[in-house]
Design a protein. Structure first.
Length: 424
């Protein structure tokens, strides 16, 4: 565990970036106290900006250390960046823009309305429960970033913008993040931490459903039911809007949007393909603006920046993460992965685990389930989380989701997931 200079600096900057995400409230207050630099402090107060900025500092450091070497600064930087994969940040950018479009939201909301209408619960409670169960489980088909975008947008329109209590706001986002993290494990292609190991360990969707997925579904159901019943009195005053207004948008337009969404999911690991699909979608949206609300371009770009920074800084963390994972047995790795996921992206953990040869099946199972269990504890724990924060944060105090508030809200749903994975 002797890091190179760049690895040591990368780890230091990674730690600073984490502290930065926990300090956005303080930075926002600085913006209010210094009006002449308010926009600059406001930018630093954006959670999504934190990792992108400190990743930029790392790139500058790599360039400076390469001055006078055989490679030179330009080659050193490009070589490092090309060793990384930015497919996930680009995919999240594309899927957020399309999934949050008006026709897709109308279609998803109509399905949720239909399901919730069949439940023996008051409408406001039933719809809240449905969004926190159906869409997280649907993430196993449409991918977690798409499910997060859909759920957050529907919750925003139906509950958050109508004035929820702070306790319900945090309880809802805590359950949403945990349920999305574990809800994508019914298949082998939708959850990033599963995707990182599925091919190497030969885990197909049948294996995922029988060994992990059904436990995830059980935890998703319990978490959603618990929060909906605990806050039932407050939820009673919310009347879920009738989103079955698909006649506002012609059926062919909705169908075409769903085709765009499906193609982006299909080509999720081929940026050259899904970026072209995204551009085609944006050309169509620009041509027929009457069928659209505002496309969430800024939010999507900020989330993409966050994830790209996480990838850039995460590339320097293997020197301590890999030996740490190798030192754990199958029992401790589950809880270790749950905790480590809170401070580093869960896909990074499982990817490093896939590099270790000869791991027993029990160890592999514990690593993956631990990684998804802790995926709701912090903003950086799971790739879709920044998307949810970006969409919902304007309704929280100071327009920021408190990292400690999120941690507290996700604690009990995470405990439910632990029980499902380890004791059932």
């Amino acid at each position: 565990m002797s890091p190179t200079t760049i690895q040591a600096i990368g780890t230091l900057l990674f730690a600073i970036a984490i502290l930065h995400t926990f300090s956005v409230g303080f930075i926002a207050r600085l913006a209010e106290k210094t009006p002449s630099h308010a926009k600059l402090w406001g930018l630093f107060a954006e959670v999504e900006f934190a990792f992108g900025f400190w990743a930029g500092v790392l790139i500058v450091f790599i360039a400076l250390t390469a001055i006078g070497s055989e490679k030179g600064s330009f080659l050193a930087v490009t070589e490092y960046l090309e060793s990384l994969s930015f497919a996930e940040p680009l995919f999240v950018l594309a899927i957020m823009i399309v999934a949050a479009s008006k026709p897709v939201l109308l279609f998803a909301s109509a399905i949720a309305q239909t399901v919730s209408g069949r439940l023996p619960l008051p409408r406001g409670i039933a719809f809240h429960f449905t969004i926190l169960t159906v869409i997280p489980l649907l993430s196993s088909l449409i991918t977690e970033p798409a499910a997060m975008t859909l759920a957050a947008m529907i919750l925003k329109e139906t509950y958050y913008r109508k004035g929820m209590s702070p306790h319900l706001m945090y309880a809802t986002i805590g359950v949403l993040f945990v349920n999305i993290s574990i809800g994508g494990t019914l298949t082998n292609f939708a959850a990033p931490p599963v995707l990182m190991v599925a091919k190497t360990w030969q885990w197909d969707s049948g294996f995922m459903l029988s060994q992990i997925g059904w436990r995830s579904a059980l935890a998703v159901f319990i978490n959603a039911l618990a929060v909906s019943l605990i806050f039932c009195r407050e939820l009673l005053r919310f009347e879920a809007e009738d989103r079955n207004k698909c006649h506002d948008v012609p059926a062919p337009v909705i169908a075409l949007h769903l085709v765009f969404l499906s193609l982006i999911v299909l080509f999720a690991h081929h940026p050259s393909a899904f970026i072209g699909i995204l551009l085609s979608f944006m050309a169509f949206a620009h041509t027929y603006p009457r069928f659209q609300d505002r496309l969430i371009l800024r939010e999507s770009l900020m989330v993409s920046c966050f994830l790209a920074g996480l990838v850039t800084l995460g590339g320097q963390q293997s020197w301590w993460l890999e030996p740490l994972l190798e030192s754990m047995n199958s029992s401790t790795v589950y809880y270790g992965a749950t905790v480590l996921t809170a401070i580093t992206d869960n896909a990074t953990l499982t990817y490093l685990g896939s590099l270790v040869q000869g791991l027993p099946g029990e160890f592999k199972h514990a690593l993956v389930t631990g990684a998804v269990t802790g995926g709701g504890l912090t903003i950086i724990a799971n790739a879709p989380n920044p998307a949810g924060v970006s969409i919902l944060q304007e309704h929280f105090k100071d327009s920021k989701v408190s990292p400690l508030g999120l941690l507290a809200a996700a604690a009990l749903p995470t405990l439910v997931a632990i029980v499902a994975f380890r004791f059932i």
